[in-house]
Design a protein. Sequence first.
Length: 169
Amino acid sequence: MGKIQGKAFARGFYNKVVFQGSADYQSNRVELNGYNWNQEQLLAHEAVHCYQNNKFGFWKSNPIANIPDWKWEGYPEYISSQNTDQIDLYENIYQFLKVDPEKAWAIKFSDGTVSPVNYYSDWLMVQYCIDVKGFSYAELLNNQTGKGEMTQWFDDEQKKRDYNEAYTR
């Protein structure tokens, strides 16, 4: 798989998940190249890839099917990122906007683990489509929602929050 899909921190295919780093089960961490990953979330992310591959088959899965990364990688990130500090889309976008994607490779969570900036961005798009628009995964795969729409939602939400804060003091 690595020859087809390239390097990865973990890999999920068929019914197998393989971590490429050093796992510490007691601290729920997988360390690779100086970054700590939440082991449960990494396992869940890769298990979703197993599901995707089993559901769609080899020819209709990535990299063969050429499904956009924000849909293929964002969905496993969405499913796996369910810690209490990861479920509010507005806050997730707010955290993303604090990071310069040209300089930062990863976004750090409150538990000290990371998500690569590109996966985090993909996750935000999927979270917007599922939590705000109410899409199923099948609808997500067939939709052309763009980041501009999510950005507009965030701007509108920010105005509502600013208004509520100003008038509830």
